[in-house]
Structures are given as structure tokens and as C-alpha cells.
Design a protein around this ligand. Structure first.
Ligand code: SF4
Length: 288
């Protein structure tokens, strides 16, 4: 089901400091996500999204953004892509992300997009304009195996397409990299997988890779994930059940994977932390 809704606000403040992406504001233009990744944390009960497969389109989002943006005193990075993918298929019809980026470009704000879709390329020209201030696009990639990704992230672009899109962004001077999370225990936590992602990211113009060796599991989300494990990966659920109700299920040999990951990134010159927008910081420092 796709349904229009009216939002009260569109730019929400992010708790400071945001050590992952350096965000100041968060923007969700939709609710629910068509990519339907089986491990998605947004299904957790705490977010109170009744049916995550139903897509709510915030029909007044652009109007709100036009009002809210000029009132922001701090020019900080606007993040999008944490609770849903801004480039899921519905974006083709409503173009909310495309239109929001236009507004952001006009107001000269920095932006950070997380996506699993090659559809981001439709906004290449706008992202180029935003990058005069700062634009970063992070592709969420946890395997380079398109077949495995089809089971884990059924609605998203195959990783091979995401990587090609990354290459195009990089060739156009836009800051881009990989969010390698979650590395799923028993499915993706091998040295071969980690090194393949790092090498492919490097070959396709990534500047950074941010890893998380494990997956978070909570209430509703855990049940959904286990159901899908039963369907696609018989026997794997029992291995997860050993974690009980724990919030974090770590990858096997995380310390070893982390070591291999860090060494390879160093060799290839890839950053393992996000190069964040520093504009405000520089401005503040120049006052002293
Ligand atoms: S793309 Fe992101 S928000 Fe959408 S289902 Fe996958 S993990 Fe969840």
C-alpha cells in the first residue's frame, strides 16, 4: 500500500555529536521501505511503524523543508536514509528526494545520503551542485554476491549496480563510500567477503568504508529476521538463537575481521572514518 500523509516537521535535530556521519539534522521523506531488507532495524517495535511494507509518502515534505531550512541557524549536514531508503522505487513517482535536494542546493546546505539504490544517479546534477558545499553518498553494501543480496535485500539494487553507481558519483567528484553494516554472523562474516567488499569499493572510487561486524536484534525485527532465515537459510536461525535476547549479535572472529579490514584499507588508502563536513567547525575555530 502507498499512502500520502501529512508531516508536522521534516528536519529533526540529531543528538550531538554524531560520530558516524557528522549529521546535524535528519530528514525522512517517506515512512516504510520497499527494499525490505530482512535484517532492517526500522522494523523494531520502538519505531511504532505498524506495517513496514506500507509506504507513507509525506506529501507536504517539500513545503515544510522550504519553511524550515531558512530558519536553521547552524549550517550542518542533513542526513537522509536512516529509517528508509530515499531512492526506493516509489521515488520514481513522487521524486521527494530529488525535490528536497533541489531545496537543499538552493540554500547551500551540506548533505549525506545513505542508499542501496543506483537510482541516486537521477540526482547527479543536483548532488554536484550541493557538493560545492559538501555532498556525500554512502552505499550500504554487506556482500558483493548479487545472489545472496537478493535474499537479504530483495527490493534493493544488486551490489554490482550500487558499485557502478558509486563509480559514476566518484568520477563526478562527489564524495562516496561504503557503509558495510550489518556484517551478518554466519552469512557474511568471512575474510573473503570483507576483502571482496573493500577491494570492490576501492576499485569503484570509494573514499571511505565504515564497518560494523555484527547485527543489532530487537523485538519485532528479530522475529521477522528469523522467519526469513528459516525460509532462505535453513539451520542458521538456531545459531542466532544462542544470542538469546541480546541486542547485538557479533560476527564470528570480529577482532580478526577488523584486523584484516583495517590492514587492507590502509594498504589501499581507504579511510575507515567518514570525512565529515567541517564548515561550521572551521568557522568557529577562526573566531579564537
Ligand atoms: S534499505 Fe535500509 S531502511 Fe530500507 S529496508 Fe533496507 S535497511 Fe531498511
Amino acid at each position: 500500500m502507498i499512502q500520502p500523509i501529512r508531516a508536522k516537521t521534516i528536519l529533526n535535530p540529531v543528538k550531538q555529536p554524531d560520530t558516524w556521519f557528522g549529521l546535524r539534522y535528519n530528514m525522512n521523506l517517506y515512512r516504510g521501505c520497499q527494499h525490505q531488507c530482512i535484517y532492517c532495524d526500522s522494523r523494531s517495535a520502538c519505531y511504532q511503524i505498524e506495517n513496514f511494507a506500507d509506504i507513507m509518502v509525506k506529501e507536504n515534505a517539500i513545503e515544510l523543508l522550504e519553511k524550515e531550512l531558512p530558519r536553521k541557524r547552524v549550517k550542518g549536514t542533513i542526513g537522509t536514509g536512516s529509517m528508509n531508503d530515499p531512492y526506493m522505487p516509489v521515488e520514481e513517482k513522487f521524486n521527494l528526494t530529488g525535490r528536497a535536494l533541489e531545496v537543499i542546493a538552493r540554500h547551500h546546505f551540506p548533505v549525506h545520503v545513505i542508499t542501496k539504490s543506483a537510482r541516486v544517479l537521477k540526482d547527479l546534477e543536483t548532488l554536484r551542485r550541493i557538493h560545492e558545499v559538501y555532498a556525500a553518498v554512502s552505499f550500504s553494501i554487506t556482500t558483493t554476491d548479487d545472489g545472496l543480496a537478493k535474499k537479504l535485500e530483495p527490493g534493493a539494487s544488486p551490489p554490482s549496480e550500487r558499485l557502478r553507481a558509486m563509480q559514476t558519483l566518484s568520477e563526478n567528484g562527489i564524495l562516496t563510500g561504503v557503509v558495510m553494516m550489518p556484517v551478518l554472523p554466519f552469512l557474511e562474516d568471512t575474510e573473503e567477503n570483507i576483502t571482496a567488499i573493500v577491494r570492490q569499493a576501492h576499485a569503484h572510487g570509494a573514499t571511505y568504508i565504515l564497518p560494523a561486524f555484527g547485527v543489532t536484534l530487537r523485538d519485532q525485527q528479530r522475529d521477522y529476521f528469523y522467519e526469513k532465515l528459516d525460509r532462505h537459510f535453513p539451520g542458521v536461525r538456531a545459531q542466532y538463537e544462542r544470542f538469546g535476547d541480546k541486542y547485538f549479535a557479533p560476527a564470528r572472529n570480529s577482532w580478526h575481521l577488523e584486523k584484516v579490514f583495517q590492514a587492507l584499507c590502509k594498504d589501499l588508502g581507504l579511510k575507515t572514518q567518514m570525512p565529515v563536513y567541517e564548515g561550521e567547525k572551521n568557522k568557529q575555530m577562526s573566531l579564537f
